[in-house]
Design a protein around this ligand. Structure first.
Ligand code: SIN
Ligand code: NI
Length: 250
């Protein structure tokens, strides 16, 4: 698969740091994946209580139906064409905003969360498994913000957190992107993005696949809080990501 995105979509992504791809999966598949997503959520009894979203991580390793979506060659081909470099899977997660959850996902960039060394490009596919109009918590992006690197990690629970370190973004236009079930957006890992609360009676179900530069190495000095430090003091040249858990794509 090389033609799952057009030249215009690639150009828009590189200019803006995000792009909407309608119908990346068909409606019947979206509805099948939505059912599998709710079942995956319901199988886990001790999910952290966070009003922002219910997060189920690494579904591709737990559920055959959702594995098919995470490893979809169509998604991977689109991501590779947009990034312009070979990619591997970093991780996936379901992000479900429960009905009337009352909490936005506040503006942030993704890359500062990740313990990556020497990354040339990472990006996410945010696939809508149900219709996601603005009222159900669709994504909003700040075009061009993917050129802003080097910021500290930003808190998705704090509405002003990103703007405190990058106040110029307060004055940049924002683009809100409603999606139909089966549509997706791709966003660059440095693109500032947020999602509104879900004000509807139905869950907002997004399946997010995160792709990384196939040659990126793991930097234990930037490990996420709570994860054990595998190498005390870190390894300056980093550690390769094992192919079994971080498969090369497509
Ligand atoms: C969300 O879906 O609420 C946020 C997704 C993201 O931060 O990538
Ligand atoms: Ni994000």
């Amino acid at each position: 698969m090389t033609n799952s995105v057009t030249e215009d979509q690639i150009a828009a992504y590189r200019r803006d740091g995000f792009v909407r791809i309608p119908n990346i999966i068909d409606k019947d598949d979206a509805s099948r994946y939505a059912k599998a997503a709710l079942a995956a959520r319901d199988r886990i009894s001790d999910l952290p209580a966070d009003p922002t979203f219910t997060r189920v991580a690494q579904v591709w390793q737990q559920d055959d139906t959702l594995r098919e979506l995470t490893l979809s060659p169509v998604l991977a081909a689109a991501a590779t064409a947009l990034a312009g470099i070979p990619l591997r899977l970093y991780h996936d997660h379901l992000l479900i905003k429960e009905p009337h959850n009352g909490a936005a996902t506040e503006f942030h960039q993704d890359q500062p969360y990740w313990p990556h060394l020497g990354s040339r490009h990472s990006l996410s596919a945010w696939v809508a498994l149900v219709d996601v109009p603005a009222a159900r918590g669709c994504m909003t992006f700040i075009p061009g913000s993917h050129r802003l690197d080097g910021l500290r990690r930003q808190d998705v629970h704090d509405a002003d957190n990103l703007m405190r370190v990058a106040p110029q973004l307060l004055w940049e236009p924002r683009v809100t992107v409603p999606l139909r079930a089966g549509d997706c957006t791709f966003h660059h890992a440095f693109t500032a993005h947020s999602a509104a609360p879900n004000r509807t009676d139905d869950p907002r179900i997004a399946h997010v696949v995160v792709y990384m530069d196939a040659d990126t190495r793991y930097d234990p000095r930037k490990r996420p809080a709570g994860q054990p430090l595998t190498e005390v003091g870190g390894v300056p040249e980093g550690i390769p990501f094992p192919d079994d858990d971080f498969p090369r794509l497509p």
